[in-house]
Design a protein around this ligand. Structure first.
Ligand code: NAP
Length: 460
């Protein structure tokens, strides 16, 4: 059987390896999920909420251990990994607090002998195919609402984070989840389509790249299964003339380099109106060039390594091809020699339409700068992409803010703030960034049967 390996991105050392699950082991786990789904669907919502409260307590109590695990496995800074565990605890508590309200039947008609309501019932077993970049958060933000709604969950995590997959299964077990409510499947991507075809799997959610989204959507379509897709992004960060440039530049650097530059909602394209372009670029460059790149365990580090050598090499190939196409690099020198998958903070300007950087997602600390004549031109350029995940706009004028909020073709707009997910708000995209929503009531309702119930001629 092949093995999944956890390789420390800061050193290249294999930290952990484990055999993939055999077909017989996968069969056992799918069967267990299916049989657990019956009792779990019939369980009281309060019992499910209690499970999530206990999971939240564990996430919080063990945030430093979970944080170290994430940092060793995919290279994010330890502080951000600990914050990720805390955010997971908050999301579990959010659904524990709100699940009963979200699942309460909604009365539509109730007069005379007629009664009509909408009920929310679990679908059964939901398969989640998840990425390595937020190894806990991506999983919890699907699992907390799906489990609160009465579904059982099967996780196929990214192959480079098997320890996170195991730790998450263990977390739910220790929180008191009955066997089969949450299980990890250690399998390669090529075995996902067969799982989607399995009649005991009722829905699938994928967070990942566009190609993975296409294969999962194809398999889900073939078998008429509900699918939610959270895919890539190339978020614009628009700076208007009235913006507070110092604050915008400071947030811009954080927004580009969050998670070592490997976030779907990282700001990737900086679109700045001409009158403030040079001043904003100067401020951004000054901050970007002082980022401390190094060991993600060191509290003084701002930017750790990329998760794998392949991700670093792909980023460098995109930058090199963009330079060949005519882009100018005003900061950065490519991969940093030595151990670890480090990449120097980079700025590209004058990126032509023919360059990969114009049309592709850059998953690493590389910022693209575009100069435009007006806010309308900025919105047009922001929308000139296949992606439509998030957008950040910086202005002191409410009229500009409104124009951008309405005109931007994406799932989330932040004005004078950095795009971020929040358990209370829906999260997702349009166009090639996917479909469906996670978080809030909207995330929970993705994995329920919205059932119409109408009764006539019966006493209440
Ligand atoms: P990826 O290669 O698509 O992998 C994501 C998951 O999909 C992994 O579990 C992977 O398994 C699996 N997978 C890959 N190809 C598949 C296929 N053909 N069929 C079924 N499953 C498949 O993406 P990644 O490089 O890990 O993650 C980065 C991408 O995720 C970026 O594009 C980023 O923007 C996006 N992302 C989106 C969001 C969002 O909320 N919109 C959030 C975070 C990340 P293996 O590991 O075994 O290959």
């Amino acid at each position: 059987m092949a093995k999944q390996q956890s390789i420390d991105p800061a050193t290249g050392n294999v930290a952990f390896e484990i055999e993939e699950h055999s077909p017989a082991e996968v069969e056992g786990r799918v069967a267990l999920a299916a049989s657990a789904a019956v009792a779990w669907a019939a369980s009281a919502v309060n019992d499910r909420a209690e499970l999530l409260f206990r999971a939240a307590d564990l996430l919080e109590a063990e945030r430093e251990d979970f944080g170290r695990l994430m940092t060793q496995e995919m290279g994010k800074t330890l502080a951000s990994a600990i914050a990720e565990a805390e955010k997971c605890a908050a999301a579990c508590r959010y659904y524990a607090d709100n699940a009963a309200r979200f699942l309460d039947p909604e009365l539509v008609v109730d007069h005379g002998s007629e009664h009509g309501e909408v009920c929310y019932q679990p679908l059964g077993t939901v398969l989640a195919v998840m990425p390595w970049n937020f190894p806990f958060w991506q999983v919890i933000r699907f699992a907390a609402p799906a489990i609160a709604a009465g579904n059982t969950a099967l996780l196929k995590h990214a192959s480079n984070v098997p320890r996170s997959a195991i730790a998450l299964e263990d977390l739910f077990r220790r929180a008191g989840a009955p066997p089969g409510v949450f299980q990890s499947l250690l399998i390669p991507a090529r075995r996902v389509a067969d799982l989607i075809a399995d009649p005991r799997v009722h829905a699938v959610t994928l967070t990942g790249s566009e190609p993975a989204g296409r294969s999962v959507a194809e398999a889900a379509g073939r078998h008429l299964k509900k699918a939610v897709l959270e895919l890539g992004g190339s978020d614009p960060f628009i700076v208007c003339e009235s913006a507070d440039l110092d604050r915008a530049a400071a947030v811009a650097v954080t927004a580009r380099c969050i998670n070592n530059g490997q976030s779907c909602i990282a700001a990737k394209r900086f679109i700045v109106v001409a009158p403030v372009f040079d001043r904003f670029l100067d401020r951004f460059t000054a901050l970007m060039s002082t980022l401390r790149v190094g060991d993600p365990m060191d509290p003084d580090t701002d930017l750790g390594p990329l998760a794998t050598p392949a991700i670093r090499d792909e980023l460098d190939a995109q930058v090199t091809a963009s330079l060949d196409a005519g882009a100018r690099r005003t900061l950065g020198s490519g991969p940093i020699p030595g151990r670890g998958n480090y990449y120097s903070p980079t700025i590209l300007v004058d990126v032509p339409r023919s360059a990969p950087a114009w049309s592709e997602e850059l998953f690493g600390p590389v910022a693209l700068f575009h100069r435009v004549a007006s806010l309308d031109a900025a919105i047009e350029l922001a929308n000139a992409t296949r992606f439509g995940l998030g957008a950040s706009v910086w202005t002191a004028k409410i009229a500009d803010a409104r124009r951008a909020e309405l005109g931007l073709d994406c799932g989330t707009v932040f004005v004078n703030g950095m795009v971020a997910s929040d358990p209370r708000f829906p999260f997702g995209g349009v166009k090639a960034s996917g479909f469906g929503r996670e978080l809030g009531v909207w995330g929970l309702r993705e994995f329920v049967n919205v059932k119409t119930v109408r009764r006539f001629g019966l006493e209440r």
